[in-house]
Design a binder for this molecule. Structure first.
Ligand code: AHR
Length: 319
């Protein structure tokens, strides 16, 4: 009897090994878990890159540290994964480690944020157009002030920036700045990083409120920093949102941002879509089939504000 069980176990192990060898191994060097957006992005990869779909996912959370991401990429190279996917925390400082992946013959796909490296070191990038997101926000503010009859007033603005040097920070700052530059009466009082987190967003907003008693607009380079800023504004006895005395908007448009708009605390949310898992899988499948892929793949994005039927839209949202 013991012999039969041992043979059965051995057979199952062999079957398991064959199965594991058939899977495409993907190493994902994720930024961290700093925001609702990031959690939705992680879930998108974990739901997509499953054994049932033909993948083995090796997931690494870098806790917002570039050195951790570099270590993860080196580990993926050592484990001879089939593909490396990176959402780089910042844009610069990747040339050496990407060259190592290239020399090892492992294709690298960039997702979400961009890297400042030579073209041949990655096969494709997929993500949001951060400059466009910032410009859309600027145009929204123009329109909003016009409708409020405040187009010619002096408007004092502060910005809670994302991680300095991250594409989402660089692009959104640049995009909004492009529209700001067209308005002599818009004054950027201060810009400071809130590291894309709610806690830091609250802390920086508290100091802004101390330094600048006359803030009209708060630009938050992600939703979670806006949630922190809203708490700081309320704690200071001020009000924000469409009926408040401070206009506040953010980027991402996660479910909690819809709740904040519905509660009347947030004016608008500019979409950044985190569901990149299936998009990266499509790129990998094309490469597996020997097909060519577009090097740069932007995702279509929109925005939402309190003039819309937010309850109905929220019900259709996946994150
Ligand atoms: O790179 C995308 C940004 O990273 C999202 O706006 C933010 O929430 C996340 O941390």
């Amino acid at each position: 009897m013991k012999k039969v069980v041992a043979v059965l176990l051995a057979l199952m192990m062999v079957a398991g090994m064959v199965y594991a060898e058939d899977l495409i191994t993907v190493g994902y060097a994720q930024v961290g878990a700093e925001s609702d957006w990031r959690m939705a992005n992680t879930k998108s990869f974990q739901d997509t890159f499953t054994p049932e779909n033909g993948y083995q996912l090796i997931f690494d959370d870098a806790q917002q540290k570039q050195e951790n991401q570099i270590r993860a990429i080196r580990n993926f190279i050592q484990r001879e994964v089939d593909y490396i996917v990176v959402a780089p925390v910042v844009e610069t400082g990747w040339e050496t480690v990407l060259q190592e992946a290239y020399d090892a013959g492992i294709p690298v796909i960039l997702s979400d944020r961009m890297m400042d490296v030579s073209d041949e070191l990655y096969v494709a990038w997929v993500g949001g157009n951060f400059v466009k997101e910032g410009e859309t926000a600027g145009h929204w503010l123009e329109d909003y002030l016009e409708k409020q009859g405040r187009a010619d007033e002096d408007i004092n603005i502060v910005t809670l920036q994302g991680t300095i040097g991250a594409s989402a920070q660089v692009g959104r700052t640049e995009g909004f700045g492009n529209i700001l530059a067209q308005h002599d009466n818009w004054h950027m009082l201060a810009m400071q990083t809130g590291e894309f987190t709610q806690a830091k967003g609250q802390e920086v907003m508290e100091s802004f409120l101390h330094s600048y008693p006359d803030i009209d607009v708060v630009v938050c380079e992600n939703d979670n920093m806006a949630f922190g800023a809203i708490d700081a504004i309320k704690a200071a006895g001020r009000t924000c949102g469409p009926d408040g005395d401070i206009i506040i908007f953010s980027f991402d448009a996660v479910r909690a941002a819809f709740d904040a708009m519905i509660a009347g605390d947030l004016n608008a949310a500019f979409e950044c879509n985190p569901l990149h898992g299936p998009r990266v899988a499509e790129i990998i499948q094309k490469l597996e089939n020997g097909e060519s892929v577009d090097k740069i793949q932007y995702v279509d994005e929109t925005y939402f504000d309190t003039t819309m039927d937010l309850e109905a839209i929220k019900a259709t949202r996946a994150y």
